[in-house]
Write a new protein. Structure first.
Length: 377
């Protein structure tokens, strides 16, 4: 004889098999084990915790551990993830970032709040704050030399095609003028040590410049991120008229392909291996003394195999790192770079990341980047 709890669990498992319910309604993680019995959506464990932050709207239960009433089961049956998506995501702008299970909690929480609490993507929802093409406000910016965060005025203007910041609130001349065509933004809470940390990068004389900012209000920070994405998409649409939005969206903003510490030696191979923070951004392999440095100590262009680039596990005979034993040899047409990782797992991941770039044919603009590169020791 089945208990009521067994019957409820069996019914929930049947509902999970309905189209759309096998992935989290908010981050697309597979096999959700929680659900909001007020919204009628199935969510993963991580997103269920974020739903608790809007308890006045969303109340969650475990599919396996909690008791369910007949009325709650009926609601789950009548809604489900696909119907909720059709209701709450009607007017999501193309540029608006839809977080995945790999994204930081801030992005996922603000996505959940935007959908269910603020109802931004339903008819009549307000999106002007990040869709207007102009935005100004104050963000805490990390100092380039002393690491102190100071309040700075930022201005994003699609008309000027630029993101700027000013040292003084009433200043006329910006401290930095960042072309929208060269700007990228990615959330870096772990690296920056703050849940709202955003890393903005842009090219200055073909060298990547890093700016680290945050705001105490999570919504404000995500709105800035999506405002940058809106400006970037409009820039790309103007630069590539007629290109489908689906082709442009992966280029709006991007995360680093991989980051982490490795050791490197100089071109003479006699210098001691030094620990550096490495970031792989498209075909740029950059290394920094500190993860929050404004500028890289050096950068390596990673072209395709067809153009004379390559990578191998291990170091040349007679070369050995003093501490880390898992070597990598990166070959470019004009130099060999010798690196070392702390673990076999890290080496495997770095090799896979670099090989992804090597296996990708170079595009015409990348030849110009390659020609302008100057390798530094």
């Amino acid at each position: 004889m089945f208990s009521e709890r067994d019957k409820s669990r069996k019914r929930l498992m049947e509902l999970l098999d309905k189209p759309g319910n096998r992935t989290c309604a908010d981050c697309a993680a597979a096999d959700p084990e929680w659900a909001s019995y007020t919204l009628g959506v199935f969510v993963c464990h991580s997103c269920s915790g974020l739903h608790r932050n809007i308890a006045q709207i969303s109340k969650v239960k475990s599919l396996l551990l909690d008791p369910w009433t007949a009325a709650q089961l009926e609601l789950m049956d009548s809604v489900g993830n696909l119907a909720a998506k059709a209701q709450y995501e009607q007017t999501v702008p193309a540029f608006y970032y839809r977080p995945t299970s790999n994204d930081c909690a801030l992005l996922r929480e603000q996505w959940i709040r935007a959908k269910y609490e603020r109802k931004e993507f339903m008819p009549g929802g307000s999106q002007e704050s990040y869709s207007a093409g102009y935005r100004e406000g104050f963000l805490w910016k990390r100092g380039r030399d002393n690491g102190q965060y100071l309040n700075r005025k930022f201005v994003l203007s699609e008309r000027e095609g630029a993101l700027k910041y000013f040292v003084k609130p009433d200043g006329r001349e910006p401290k930095a003028f960042m072309s929208i065509g060269a700007v990228n933004a990615s959330f870096q809470p772990s690296k920056m040590g703050t849940a709202h940390g955003l890393q903005i990068t842009y090219l200055k004389d073909n060298v990547t410049r890093n700016i680290f900012v945050y705001h105490d209000d999570g919504k404000e920070m995500v709105d800035w991120f999506n405002a940058i994405r809106a400006a970037r998409l409009h820039y790309l649409q103007a630069a590539f008229p007629g290109a489908p939005a689906a082709d442009l969206l992966p280029r709006v903003t991007r995360d680093f392909a991989k980051e982490g510490f490795m050791e490197k030696t100089g071109p003479k191979r006699t210098e001691a291996f030094k620990k550096r923070w490495f970031s792989m951004d498209e075909r740029r392999l950059m290394y920094f003394k500190d993860p929050l440095d404004a500028y890289a100590r050096g950068q390596v262009f990673i072209g395709s195999r067809d153009n004379g680039y390559g990578v191998l596990p291990g170091l040349p005979s007679g070369v050995q790192s003093s501490r880390w034993q898992f070597g990598i040899t990166v070959a470019t047409p004009d130099r060999i770079f010798l690196l070392a990782c702390e673990s076999e797992r890290e080496r495997t991941d770095w090799l896979a990341t670099i090989r992804t770039a090597l296996d990708r044919p170079m595009l015409p603009p990348e030849y110009a980047v390659e020609a302008s590169f100057k390798h530094k020791p």
